[in-house]
Design a protein around this ligand. Structure first.
Ligand code: NDP
Length: 254
């Protein structure tokens, strides 16, 4: 038996049209899963579907604004219909608004929390009956180094990513009896659109990350393919409620 085989499985990856989400989607597709990606930017999603199909996968894109919890429920239902089932949910969509806490508006706070945290709960909530019906499932929530650490410009983002870890533990304990494993991945500093903007906005960030990361480099989206396959496959059937850093050692640097 190949513990990592995902043939016949269907995965929904939110924010799967670029960055870490697409890196994970490529990994899951390579292990045999059909992929539904969700995002707001239809052109980016179409290009990602093309790339996944070119690599031999069954793939589809759905347009959704995940800051809207009702849209999350509709998205999960549509994703389950697209290939007839839903086995794997990757809650990856996320944003950051980088400002000092005193400069935040409540609307900005709410936007970050809605996109990063409430959407993950709403998608998991909607996926639960599908997974229960199928006899089990895998939910992978994307946290951050800001699930562990703080910084002056991440009040809302850190709150959302700390919340992801605690929500992961709660869902894991609730749904273990249904054979649904729920885990979190905590990426280190990964070169994506999100962090390209961070490097423009936060002086010295690029070099500070390099200096602190034992692996001596920024991560790339492909670094997340392996953890996605592990957490989506039979290989992790007794792993639940964990928060696993994929960070080149950043979080253990003394
Ligand atoms: P990107 O900006 O490249 O990707 C973010 C994705 O989220 C895009 O696909 C975007 O799709 C989607 N998205 C954002 N807002 C919404 C929304 N309202 N509705 C639907 N989709 C949305 O960033 P990353 O790949 O870097 O980030 C992915 C995840 O990883 C995030 O949760 C981020 O917090 C986390 N992370 C990233 C780190 C890094 O170093 N890069 C480190 C730690 C965590 P679209 O453009 O179509 O809306």
């Amino acid at each position: 038996m190949n513990l990592f085989d995902l043939s016949g499985r269907v995965a929904l990856v939110t924010g799967g049209n670029g960055g870490i989400g697409l890196g994970m989607a490529r990994g899951l597709a390579g292990a045999g899963a059909a992929i539904v990606i969700a995002g707001r930017n239809a052109a980016k999603s179409a290009a990602a579907v093309k790339a996944l199909e070119a690599a031999g996968a069954r793939a589809a894109a759905l347009e959704a604004d995940l800051a809207d919890a009702q849209a999350c429920a509709a998205l999960v239902a549509a994703a389950a219909r697209r290939f007839g089932r839903l086995d794997i949910l990757v809650n990856n969509a996320g944003i950051n608004i980088r400002k000092q806490p005193q400069d935040y508006t409540i609307a900005e706070w709410n936007e970050v929390l809605a996109t990063n945290l409430t959407s993950a709960f709403a998608c998991a909530h909607a996926a639960y009956p599908e997974m229960k019906k199928a006899g089990g499932g895998k939910i992978i929530n994307i946290g951050s180094m800001m699930s562990i650490f703080g910084a002056s410009f991440v009040a809302a983002y850190a709150a959302s990513k700390g919340g992801i870890v605690q929500m992961t533990k709660a869902l894991a304990t609730a749904w273990a009896k249904d054979n649904i494993q729920v885990n979190a991945v905590l990426p280190g500093w990964i070169d994506t659109e999100l962090t390209r903007r961070a490097r423009e906005q936060v002086e010295g960030l690029h070099d500070r990350v390099l200096a602190r990361t034992p692996a001596g480099r920024w991560g790339v989206p492909e670094d997340h393919a392996g953890i996605a396959i592990f957490l989506a496959s039979k290989a992790s059937d007794f792993v639940t409620g964990a928060a696993i850093p994929v960070d080149g050692g950043y979080s253990v640097q003394g």
